[in-house]
Write a protein that binds this ligand. Structure first.
Ligand SMILES: Cc1cc2nc3c(=O)[nH]c(=O)nc-3n(C[C@H](O)[C@H](O)[C@H](O)COP(=O)(O)OP(=O)(O)OC[C@H]3O[C@@H](n4cnc5c(N)ncnc54)[C@H](O)[C@@H]3O)c2cc1C
Length: 386
């Protein structure tokens, strides 16, 4: 079996973490993945297990209830989880990089003390509400408003496709809202909205093509009143701040995608070595072996791309272009590998309970969420001065 970690290029503490998460993924996540997918049920028991391992606190300092690790550690965990269940991986990705990270990056001390221990422990989940019915790729098109009224912000509007926003343990949704206008320039700010605030509603969950065990809802805000101190970061910096969050998030989505791409390789190596046709294993046909070799090359190339982006980010160097490249190539690797794996599994590949079938349905969103393929190309082009 191919195994990048066994090459020994990673420092020991990273390798140990990845191997621990790999065991958890194989022993706890994989056995229930098909069931939660079929039932469209949120895997509370798996999330509780990840919380116990400290995965929701991986990149946060211990003073905020975190594990004192870094963003690359989170990526390694996402890759391992993404191999066996993308729904579980995206629940962790969104909980950490979209739910908690904005508070760690932009919150004041009081906000950090109030929210990070709850989110880093995995006791509660946070969500990030940016996308709206009329504002996705063009996130600056936000129409949700937050108006000052005495000591409060009063929020009205709606968000759509928001991950982790309606579970029993979701405590907070951070939203972007228009807080003012100068000429035709919108002032966009970010505000913390506890989910028990009157007027906040997580509407019924979507019926999705994939990521069935992850939690995704439209949200409505009807005169939602929160204290003024719930402003996250500077007023008017909401747009710039969420761009930073999305840049990082792209490395995390790339890691999850590499997991999916590698998961397809691993399934195919096993299956092609066992399945027989015309008196020999299908893997002994070069047509199949070449297909799997190409899948491995895609996964490996995408992995080096996200390692590179993460290394730049951790070194405090510019990483925008590398994050977009990693997200672009990794999401395409996942989708291409899922398509090839389904072909290699033949009719079984079209049966929902098979992991490759789940990857086939799950992987498409990797090319859409946290910036579509076209948006990544736009960003890479901009970095090249085009
Ligand atoms: C399961 C799921 C979970 C999600 N979770 C979250 C979440 O937690 N928080 C959140 O805020 N959002 C979330 N999203 C939203 C996601 O980030 C958006 O769907 C995505 O950014 C695309 O926006 P859109 O759907 O409005 O598509 P559009 O922006 O309407 O794009 C439609 C198509 O047009 C293309 N396009 C747009 N502009 C251009 C251009 N200038 N040049 C070329 N092509 C262009 C796009 O690439 C795309 O192919 C989630 C979505 C899904 C499906």
């Amino acid at each position: 079996m191919t195994d990048f970690l066994s090459t020994g290029t990673l420092p020991e503490h990273y390798r140990d973490l990845a191997l621990t998460v790999r065991d958890f993924a194989n022993q706890v996540v994989a056995p229930v993945a098909a069931k939660h997918d079929a039932e469209h049920s949120f895997p509370y028991e798996v999330v509780a297990g990840m919380a116990k391992m400290g995965l929701f606190g991986l990149p946060f300092p211990e003073e905020y209830g975190g594990m004192g690790g870094d963003y690359f550690a989170l990526c390694l965990a996402l890759e391992e989880l993404g191999k066996v269940d993308q729904s579980v991986a995206i629940t962790l990705e969104a909980g950490v990089s979209l739910g908690a990270m904005p508070i760690y990056r932009f919150g004041d001390e009081k906000q950090k003390q109030e929210w990070l221990p709850r989110l880093a422990s995995g006791r509660n989940l946070g969500a990030f509400g940016l996308t709206e019915p009329g504002a996705g790729s063009d996130a600056g098109g936000t129409r949700t408003t937050a108006v000052e009224d005495g000591d409060s912000w009063v929020i009205n509007g709606s968000k759509q496709f928001i991950t982790n926003s309606g579970t029993d343990i979701t405590a907070l949704v951070t939203v972007t809202a228009v807080t003012g206008q100068t000429g035709d320039r919108k002032e966009i700010s970010t505000i913390l909205v506890p989910t028990d605030t009157p007027g906040f509603t997580a509407e019924p969950a979507y019926n999705k093509v994939g990521w069935n065990a992850s939690d995704t809802h439209p949200l409505t805000f009807d005169d939602v009143r929160v204290p003024k101190e719930n402003l996250l970061g500077e007023r008017g910096r909401g747009y710039a701040n969420f761009l930073r969050i999305l840049d990082e998030g792209r490395i995390a989505i790339a890691a999850l995608s590499v997991g999916a791409a590698q998961g397809c390789v691993d399934e195919c190596v096993r299956y092609a070595g066992e399945r027989e046709a015309f008196g020999k294993t299908i893997g002994s046909n070069q047509a199949i072996a070449f297909k799997i070799a190409r899948m491995e090359a895609r996964a490996h190339t995408a992995r080096t791309a996200y390692y590179d982006a993460a290394a730049l980010m951790l070194a405090g160097k510019p990483f925008k272009k590398q994050a977009s490249i990693a997200k672009l190539v990794a999401s395409e690797a996942a989708m291409d590998n899922a398509r090839d794996a389904t072909q290699i599994f033949g009719g079984y590949g079209f049966m929902n309970e098979y992991p490759v079938a789940r990857h086939y349905r799950d992987s498409k969103i990797l090319e859409i969420g946290e910036g579509t393929t076209e948006v990544q190309l736009m960003l890479i082009g901009r970095e090249l001065g085009l």
